[in-house]
Ligand binder design. Structure first.
Ligand code: PXL
Length: 283
């Protein structure tokens, strides 16, 4: 029997609304990956479109949890970070990387902080600068185009984009440090939407686009990142993994659109897991 690969997933728990750990945990587990969770905050819902949500900041728990894992000699094949609950957590997660990075494991940072040209309300411009520093330490980053602009310190541009623009952004992101970039929210016309990848070691740039489904659905970045990491840890290369993640995310959105669910409630990734497992050749 093969050893299970193990991920440390560092995101918040939003009780309702299907994002962060309530998405990462089921997707990675379904893909055969043992998922250790380090919750950064506990909220009643995510912050996108809901008011009155509760917010329990878990900053104080991060270092003791990491220290306990270290004392048990727990090792990870990947560290996957997303929504961080406070500015101080940027340094705490950097310390976590120092403690748990090995020469073989993968640090994937999703710099969750902004979308549609705007920082999420709870984050400040200083947080964005701190997130840039965290990204410098990653092997792979998965920003959307708004986050990418913040990371490279340029104004956000609305699409449709040109290949020349996307390729410049990919290279500037990689100049920050990460050798692999997966950029989401890429489109060249109004019919299609997807992701671009850049591998600085080979110089390869690839695109995966699928038919665009109208509407802005919450939690899709986390669905995408979790599927991407599932594919990478199942030995798919960067461009294959991005293609699998684009298909999974688009198909989950399509099912949600067909069901007519409130777009704040997250996407129907549960019904799409069988398709993901086929794509991953696990079924
Ligand atoms: O999906 C990103 C995300 C994660 N966690 C929380 C959020 C958001 C996006 O709004 O609010 C709490």
């Amino acid at each position: 029997m093969k050893r299970l690969k193990r991920v440390a997933a560092i995101h918040d728990i939003s009780g309702f609304g299907k994002c962060s750990l309530t998405v990462a945990l089921p997707i990675l587990s379904a893909a055969g990956i043992e998922t250790t969770i380090l919750p950064t905050a506990v909220l009643s819902t995510h912050t996108g479109g809901f008011t009155g949500f509760t917010y329990r900041d878990l900053t104080e728990d991060i270092a003791p949890i990491a220290a306990h894992w270290k004392s048990l000699d727990i090792r990870f094949d990947a560290i996957y970070t997303g929504f961080l609950g406070s500015f101080e957590q940027l340094d705490l997660v950097t310390d976590f990387f120092k403690q748990f990075k090995t020469k073989d494991n993968l640090i994937l940072v999703d710099p969750v902080m902004a979308d549609n040209g705007e920082l999420y309300k709870i984050f400040t411009p200083e947080f964005a600068l701190g997130m840039r520093k965290l990204c410098e330490k990653a092997d792979i980053i998965v920003p959307n185009l708004t986050e990418a602009a913040l990371l490279i310190g340029e104004p956000y541009q609305e699409g449709p984009y040109t290949k020349a623009y996307i390729e410049t952004i990919l290279k500037k992101l990689s100049d920050l440090g990460p050798k692999k970039i997966v950029l989401t929210g890429v489109f060249f016309n109004d019919e299609e939407l997807g992701a671009a990848t850049y591998d600085a070691e080979t110089g390869e740039i690839t695109y995966t686009l699928e038919k665009r489904i109208p509407g802005y659905y919450h939690g899709t970045g986390d669905v995408f990142g979790s599927a991407l990491l599932s594919a990478l840890l199942n030995d798919f290369n960067l461009s294959e993994a991005a293609a699998i993640a684009v298909r999974f995310t688009t198909s989950s959105i399509r099912k949600t659109a067909e069901a007519g669910t409130d777009i704040r409630f997250g996407v129907h990734f549960e019904q799409t897991i069988p398709e993901l497992l086929k794509d991953l050749r696990l079924q």
